[in-house]
Design a protein around this ligand. Structure first.
Ligand code: NAD
Length: 252
């Protein structure tokens, strides 16, 4: 019996990068997965990769910042997969980057909608299903940018920091319903969002080696493995926790 056989997992931002890598890891462990993303081609491709890896997967085109779209995603996923065990709030983008006086209010609000409102919406609509099932696990993707200042990425940094306390406050409320809520803070992970085509991987990893104890860039599956652990019964006494996965970058 595989570790997540019969379990249902909702993943936002599943068309690419960390979301895709995590979806494939859940699929390898036998999960049924619902993917939400704006990118339909990428989402359908991830669903195919999940099926090939041994899981079941559906893709639902969704703008995670839109209340109605998130409600539709969660309700449709719950009815098609048969309930919700795990929610991975992961969709994201870098937001507007620049000096604070040049950051527009529209860009500030959009960044908060995609990075923070989406996580609130995912929780709001999934929690009733988890309560009905007798428990569940929620994991959200923050960033090392939420643990320290990120020059010129003011909105991103503020959003990722907001997720730390949303995680803690939800964990405090939901523990008695057997719903655990945790958060991960990736360092530099090789995904399209991290920039570049990564064609000169050797040069990138040599650069990482000068900055962090583990001398390589992270892979989506490095994050996926941590998400699987936090969603698993082995992590049954862990809630309200923030796990940094950065090759030791912030360690010293
Ligand atoms: P990515 O660009 O590969 O994947 C992000 C996905 O989110 C894309 O498929 C994109 O289409 C989707 N998305 C963006 N806005 C959306 C919206 N409004 N509705 C639905 N889907 C939307 O990037 P990634 O690196 O895999 O990023 C995943 C998460 O990890 C993000 O929250 C990001 O902030 C975080 N993160 C990434 C790194 C890194 O180095 N890659 C480091 C720290 C944190």
């Amino acid at each position: 019996m595989k570790r997540f056989s019969g379990k249902t997992v909702l993943i936002t931002g599943g068309a690419s990068g960390i979301g895709r890598g995590t979806a494939i890891r859940f699929a390898e462990e036998g999960a049924k997965i619902a993917l939400a993303d704006l990118n339909t081609a990428g989402g359908l491709e991830t669903a195919g990769l999940c099926e090939a890896a041994g899981g079941e997967a559906i893709f639902i085109e969704t703008d995670v910042s839109c209340e109605q779209a998130m409600q539709d995603f969660v309700e449709s996923a719950a009815s098609r997969l048969g309930g919700i065990d795990v929610l991975f709030n992961n969709a994201g983008f870098p937001g507007a980057v620049g000096p604070i006086e040049a950051l527009s209010v529209e860009d500030w609000d959009k960044t908060f909608s995609v990075l923070v409102r989406s996580v609130f919406l995912g929780m709001k609509f999934s929690v009733p299903h988890m309560k009905q099932r007798g428990g569940g696990a929620i994991v959200s993707t923050s960033s090392i940018g939420g643990l320290r200042g990120y020059a010129f990425g003011h909105a991103y940094s503020a959003c990722k920091s907001a997720l730390l306390n949303l995680t803690r406050s939800a964990a405090v409320e939901l523990g008695r319903f057997n719903i655990r809520v945790n958060c991960i803070c990736p360092g530099q992970i090789l995904t399209p969002m991290a920039g570049g085509d990564h064609s000169d991987l050797a040069a990138l990893e040599a650069d990482m080696a000068t900055r962090q104890p583990i001398p390589r860039a992270g892979r989506p599956e490095d994050i996926g493995n941590a998400v699987l652990y936090l969603a698993s019964k082995e992590a049954g006494f862990i809630t309200g926790e923030i796990i940094t996965i950065d090759g030791g970058l912030l360690a010293g």
